[in-house]
Design a protein around this ligand. Structure first.
Ligand SMILES: [Zn+2]
Length: 435
């Protein structure tokens, strides 16, 4: 069994208006992740993800991997350091200078800790010349830590200087092919957000420093968000709030204004990077042509924090079911109680085995073995952590047949072990991954 008392989880209480390492606590995900012992700040904008947060992030990364690969993308790993010379060739070394973390090696060669990899991918493609049009399209992706020297890192994981990110790149022989792959990747994004039960709005966006012909931002509504979107209640059209006012561009009705967090960005890049770095392909006839590129990003640590912002209350974490650090926790009787004297850990073991017999919950169940604490106290702590399934072995666990207090998605009922397995098998048939 996996025991809560063995989990490295330094729980703390943060007094009102307190600062942690000189950082103000400005949003609920930041406060709750700290208080629940999931994250520790190291230095401004950098965080240690403690085991339970790491576990949630692993689940999220795996889910993203499944969704993205269903569009045909293949994973690779590029070095964390990109030569600064490559960025000089595309003009971004100068344009993005303020946000780049740079360093030099012993030979005075300059590098940057990459925030994104358009240059590195274009160079890889250029290095493999000549690529035939028959090999295209190619979609490559990474899941790795990226770096951005934010002027003011804030809101904890929402705006950090180091973050986990999905970055994917499409290489295409034509604009039509780029658009087709773009559509496929957008579908993968939609599957991902549906699996997380998050309402993420796809909105047209300016391409900014990235260049290219068009792009979309993927925005999750949350009150602490720094962006604003307008969502039409009548036709569901969503757009960034801009100078054109609050009317829906699509049907003309008044749209609702929402604060939101950008969790993803997708671009058709065109040939900006391939021309600068001479990444070409051979068409059926004629001279080589620059590869048309597209790119796709998801801020993974940001998405984790943003989903907590969107779902949690001020006092308690709430996770998308698919990424809760553990899906279920079992709370055993209090030491010295009648139930404890009747059956001790026997009922806990029985419930543990029952839960593990549900395939979607296997190895995802924790036992709160702090039997010196009352069940009520441990229930409160489980609620604050936001485990989707909480099972307490209270008074009824001594009756015949034994029954347990089961809380799923906030609703509590008394169940036998058999009823519990039935209910959970129905609810957790299969995690609704990519269809
Ligand atoms: Zn409308």
């Amino acid at each position: 069994m996996r025991y809560l008392s063995r989990i490295f989880q330094p729980v703390i209480t943060i007094p009102k208006n307190a600062k942690i390492k000189n950082t103000e606590i400005t949003c609920k995900s930041q406060k709750l992740l700290l208080e629940c012992g999931l994250v520790r700040p190291t230095t401004s904008g950098f965080f240690t993800l403690l085991p339970l947060a790491r576990r949630a992030l692993d689940k999220l990364e795996n889910l993203i991997k499944t969704c993205i690969e269903s569009s045909g993308a293949q994973r690779l790993s590029l070095p964390a350091l990109t030569s600064a010379g490559l960025w000089a060739k595309t003009g971004r070394l100068e344009n993005a200078a303020a946000e780049l973390l740079t360093l030099e090696d012993r030979h005075n060669k300059k590098y940057l800790l990459a925030p994104t990899y358009e240059e590195a991918i274009a160079e890889l493609l250029s290095d493999l010349k000549p690529i035939s049009y028959k090999q295209l399209p190619i979609i490559l992706y990474q899941i790795s830590n990226k770096y951005r020297d934010e002027l003011r890192p804030k809101h904890g994981l929402l705006r950090a200087r180091e973050f986990s990110m999905l970055d994917a790149y499409g290489a295409h022989a034509s604009s039509a092919c780029a658009l087709q792959v773009y559509g496929r990747m957008a579908t993968a994004y939609e599957h991902l957000f549906r699996a997380l039960h998050l309402k993420v709005h796809k909105v047209e966006a300016p391409s900014g420093d990235m260049g290219g012909s068009f792009s979309h931002e993927w925005q999750l509504a949350a009150t602490s968000g720094e962006d604003q979107i307008k969502v039409c209640p009548s036709c569901s059209h969503a757009a960034l709030l801009n100078d054109e006012g609050t009317r829906c561009q699509s049907c003309g009705k008044d749209a609702e204004i929402l604060q939101s967090i950008e969790v993803g960005h997708t671009f058709i890049l065109g040939t900006k990077y391939s021309e600068a770095l001479e990444a070409t392909y051979c068409p059926p006839s004629g001279p080589p042509l620059p590869i048309i590129m597209s790119c796709y990003g998801i801020g993974i640590t940001r998405l984790l924090a943003a989903s907590l912002e969107a779902l949690s209350t001020e006092k308690a974490l709430r996770w998308p079911k698919a990424i809760a650090p553990y899906s279920a926790i079992i709370i055993g009787p209090k030491e010295g109680s009648k139930e404890w004297n009747d059956h001790g850990m026997d009922q806990v073991k029985l419930v543990y085995d029952a839960l593990n017999s549900v395939p979607a919950l296997r190895s995802d169940v924790l036992v709160d073995d702090r039997h010196g604490l009352t069940i009520g106290k441990r229930l409160l702590m489980a609620d604050k952590m936001g485990y989707p399934i909480v099972i307490a072995c209270g008074k009824e666990s001594s009756s015949n047949p034994p029954r347990y207090e089961v809380t799923i998605d906030g609703a509590t009922q008394l169940c036998t072990a058999q009823e519990l397995v039935q209910t959970l098998s129905d609810k957790y048939t299969h995690l609704e991954y990519c269809t």
